[in-house]
Design a protein around this ligand. Structure first.
Ligand SMILES: Cc1cc2nc3c(=O)[nH]c(=O)nc-3n(C[C@H](O)[C@H](O)[C@H](O)COP(=O)(O)O)c2cc1C
Length: 675
């Protein structure tokens, strides 16, 4: 038997183990088939020498601690699988040794299962203290994680937009308590905007718009008093413009009268916002939740809610989208006149609606980041067309408990529908030449988030992800409404990995703006041969040129090493390992068939290295993928990854199949048929 055959046999056995683990992590399959098994009735954790009772543990940078698992029945504890939600903050080894790497928060989840025992998962949240503020361990999250103090160059507050109504009649200046209003004015329906410009302003301004029942406060702090997104993004070099929309908070002056409801409805919102279940008079968050669930924090959370002065419905159904959109556009124009830069508009929930409409009233939106919006406009709508006409890059973020939410909670299905509308938006937007992505956080290993993900315990982790998206997708060109992906000049994108000119490639590899010939490139990555076989068949069918994507340092041929070491580390770190044999140019091709396996729920990171190296303007990528579990959601995650990496490319919905005849049909129908 050759070395390769020995390795393949071992790999098959280990692959089976991986599949069991992956299916377990992915969802219901293991639990469903495990009815006859003994449940793991208790699962306890200790970190260092202490039992974890509060589910939190504070560590200093570079400190190590062992997570120990005690499970009943005891044999179940022997096969624990550890995973970190944020390895950059705290990584965890196969044996449960946690290493604190940098300030922030990470969830370490531990899953225990075996053939005889039903799967059970528990977790501990690790807070890594900032180096400057090391204090004796108190097991408390502390008041934020300032990496450095914040220096504000300028701040202030102003009103933007709005209207003035003047009553009929004549105002008599001598009648100082005139009460009919005759001839008097009302300034109303404006936005109130609090702004801060950091000393070290390196990025574009960010304009934040809250959702239903909220005000700007939700962006400024968290229920447990940590730093809100406004501080986190100020520290990343963005000025912030925090809106109280017309008829809310400090912009209470309204041209229509509303009814301020006194109806107690807090538990309704708590449940529909996917925090958990309210049982026995207490907050009972979902398993693995990132909601800060102390009694004081829950109290503070509810006190953030604030009514609208111009609505009568306590469901927000008489929300005045148009009025809010105009005021938001006015705030963005004002941000432009104060900073000379276009703004990144960040919306939440019901704020999503006026976010799209605002594009009809201003030319100064650099990007839209929609956090769990209540849907997205369809491709025929005026709002969609207004956003697309300006080629505004768009991204959506969704938290957890949507696919895996309790079906008894009515909102579980509602969130699935809302997210689906955003997937459809993205598809149509990309097909129309725009750039849009849906970030489904659990699919990239960031779990436990509810509707208020920017306030959750890992709000810094998500802020880092958002900042990466900005770096990769939004032009910092201050005066243009154009964006990095739609523009022809990739050099204006400040993502170094995305600038073809910066590669050490010898060829003329930009491809930007040059007319490509009709050649097809069949690029593939394959570890154990399946994608290679598919790619070879595609090349034979199309006459395309084959190109193998290889890591500079080859991946190990040992399955355990590649699966749980190299590939997992790279996926956790969202790494871009260097290529062995980069193409000097892709300018000759206009169609790229990309074959790859699913690795850790997405494409192998080295595929990202390949895609980020070139400018794909005017080219279409046709993904073909397959995996052990054939989980469609993992394939979708890989598509999101590809769209994020392949700047300016049109990315087809592709094919996810292991079946040879499917590949042949897809190539002749879509790749060659160009439909
Ligand atoms: C490092 C690694 C990670 C993997 N991760 C996943 C995964 O997340 N989901 C899955 O269904 N299969 C996963 N697999 C299985 C591969 O997708 C599957 O074996 C595929 O057929 C391999 O394609 P290839 O022969 O072209 O390498 C993984 C395999 C490896 C080696």
């Amino acid at each position: 038997m050759t070395g390769k055959q020995t390795c393949t046999k071992k790999w098959m056995a280990l692959l089976l183990a991986l599949c069991i683990c992956i299916l377990g992590i992915a969802g219901n399959s293991v639990a469903a088939s495990a009815a006859a098994r003994t449940a793991v009735s208790s699962l306890k954790l200790s970190v260092g020498s202490r039992n974890v009772t509060k589910k939190t543990y504070s560590m200093d940078v570079n400190e190590k601690a062992s997570v120990k698992v005690t499970a009943k029945p005891s044999a179940a504890g022997k096969n624990a699988v550890f995973k970190s939600s944020n390895s950059a903050v705290a990584s965890v080894s196969k044996k449960g040794v946690v290493t604190a790497r940098k300030a922030g928060a990470a969830n370490i989840t531990v899953t225990v299962s075996s053939k005889r025992y039903q799967r059970k998962t528990t977790w501990v949240t690790i807070y890594v203290r900032p180096e400057a503020s090391k204090t004796p361990d108190t097991d408390t999250p502390g008041s934020g994680n300032p990496d450095s103090s914040l220096h504000i160059k300028e701040q202030g507050i102003f009103s933007a937009g709005g209207t003035i109504i003047t009553a009929d009649g004549t105002f008599d200046p001598a009648d100082q308590w005139e009460e009919t209003g005759a001839g008097q004015t009302l300034h109303a329906d404006h936005a109130n905007v609090l702004y801060q410009i950091p000393e070290n302003e390196t990025g574009l301004p960010m304009v934040f718009l809250h959702g239903y029942g909220q005000s700007r406060m939700g962006w400024m702090t968290t229920p447990d008093g940590r730093e809100g997104w406004s501080d986190l993004f100020l520290k990343k070099g963005h000025s912030v413009f925090l809106i109280d929309q017309p008829r809310r908070g400090e912009a209470g002056s309204s041209t229509v009268s509303g009814t301020i409801s006194t109806k107690p409805l807090e538990q309704r919102w708590y449940t529909q916002f996917r925090i958990g279940k309210w049982e026995n008079g207490k907050s009972n968050p979902n398993e693995g939740s990132q909601f800060p669930n102390s009694d004081q924090a829950v109290d503070q959370f509810f006190r953030q809610m604030t009514p609208d002065t111009g609505m009568s419905s306590d469901m927000g159904s008489d929300f005045d989208n148009e009025t809010v959109a105009k005021a938001v556009a006015a705030a963005i124009d004002e941000a432009y006149s104060r900073t000379g830069k276009n703004s990144i508009l960040v919306t939440h929930s019901q704020g999503g609606g006026p976010g799209w409409t605002a594009a009809r009233y201003t030319q100064h939106i650099a990007a839209i980041i929609a956090i769990e919006p209540g849907g997205a406009p369809d491709a025929q709508s005026e709002d969609f067309q207004a956003v697309l006409a300006q080629k505004i890059p768009v991204t959506f973020y969704f938290g957890d408990y949507i696919d895996n939410g309790d079906p008894a909670i009515q909102a579980t299905g509602m969130w699935q529908m809302m997210r689906q509308a955003c997937y459809s938006f993205s598809e149509n937007y990309n097909a129309g030449g725009g750039n849009s992505t849906v970030i489904d956080l659990p699919k990239i290993g960031i779990t436990g988030n509810d509707h208020f993900l920017f306030q959750d315990l890992n709000n810094d982790v998500i802020a880092d992800h958002v900042e990466n998206w900005i770096q990769g997708n939004v032009s910092t060109d201050a005066n243009s409404g154009s964006n990095a992906s739609a523009g022809s000049n990739s050099g204006s994108n400040n993502n170094p990995g995305n600038n073809p000119g910066s590669s050490n490639n010898t060829g003329n590899n930009s491809g930007s703006g040059t007319a490509a010939s009709n050649k097809i490139l069949v690029a593939y990555f394959s570890w154990s041969g399946t994608s290679q076989k598919q790619a070879e068949a595609v090349a034979a069918q199309t006459g395309g040129e084959l190109y193998r994507i290889e890591r500079e340092t080859p991946y190990s041929t040992d399955y355990n090493t590649v699966a749980y070491g190299e590939a997992k580390d790279e996926a956790d770190a969202n790494a871009r390992p260097p290529l062995k044999n980069p193409l000097s140019s892709v300018s000759d091709y206009n169609k790229i068939v990309l074959c790859y396996p699913i690795w850790w729920h997405t494409a192998p990171m080295v595929v990202g290295t390949f895609l980020e190296r070139y400018d794909w303007s005017g080219k279409t990528i046709y993904p073909i993928s397959q995996s052990a579990s054939m989980s469609v959601s993992q394939y979708e995650e890989s598509l999101t990854f590809i769209k994020g990496c392949a700047k300016n490319a049109a990315v087809d919905a592709g094919l996810f199949s292991r079946n040879d005849s499917d590949v042949t049909a897809y190539v002749s129908g879509t790749v060659l048929g160009n439909r």
